[in-house]
Design a protein around this ligand. Structure first.
Ligand code: PRP
Length: 191
């Protein structure tokens, strides 16, 4: 949207600079590089398919892919979103499936955040039906105390407490995805 028509920050959409930084862009870059190095070791001599979960994972996937030194390709899926609500509705629905077959391939699902686990639990089941050679999960953030279903990621950049965060792909009502740091969205700005 042209800046002239962009809504001005309000109490409900406060400026990101006013929010506390949980992880700086430098800390995120360093951890992403470490995870990329680990994945490169784990899959040495092999190819991996990175499947990003739109939209939040797009930025982490783009950085992670560049940190992975083994041959890799991308695909994306989209599932039903929480929308404006900040908690999971519990219902997960596939909106966009993978474009290319993954049978016999080494697959890593890439997420921005593992929260209740409902999304990844659903996607893991769905991807396993395609009979990949292996299936792992990489997530930028993990909020273990929010888990409703037992699922863990194989690669986690940061474990975090139960705070609502924005930036580095993560939104509040579709805003703030392009914020470079991961910041804590103020509870009193939500409604
Ligand atoms: C977020 C995030 C994960 C999901 C995790 O997506 O990207 O896909 O929630 O939550 P869960 O573990 O409780 O299922 P969201 O629905 O906000 O959509 P977005 O990626 O488009 O922001």
């Amino acid at each position: 949207m042209p800046s002239s028509t962009a809504p001005a920050p309000t109490a409900f959409f406060p400026s990101p600079e006013t929010m506390d930084v949980l992880f700086s862009k430098e800390e995120i870059a360093a951890r992403t590089k470490e995870i990329g190095t680990q994945i490169s070791k784990d899959y040495e001599g092999q190819s991996v398919v990175l499947i990003g979960v739109l939209k939040g994972a797009a930025i982490f996937l783009s950085d992670l892919a560049r940190a992975i030194k083994v041959d890799n390709t991308f695909d994306f899926v989209a599932v039903s979103s929480y929308g404006r609500a900040r908690v999971s509705s519990g219902a997960v629905k596939l909106i966009k499936d993978i474009d290319n077959p993954i049978e016999g391939k080494h697959v890593i699902i890439v997420e921005d955040i593992l929260d209740t686990g409902l999304t990844l639990n659903y996607l893991r089941g769905l991807m396993l039906q395609h009979k990949p050679a292996s299936l792992k999960i990489a997530t930028c953030l993990d909020k273990p105390e929010r888990r409703l279903v037992p699922i863990e990621a194989d690669y986690v950049a940061f474990k975090i407490p139960n705070r609502f965060v924005i930036g580095y792909g993560m939104d509040y009502a579709e805003r703030y995805r392009g914020v470079e740091d991961i910041r804590i969205f103020p509870e009193d700005a939500a409604h």
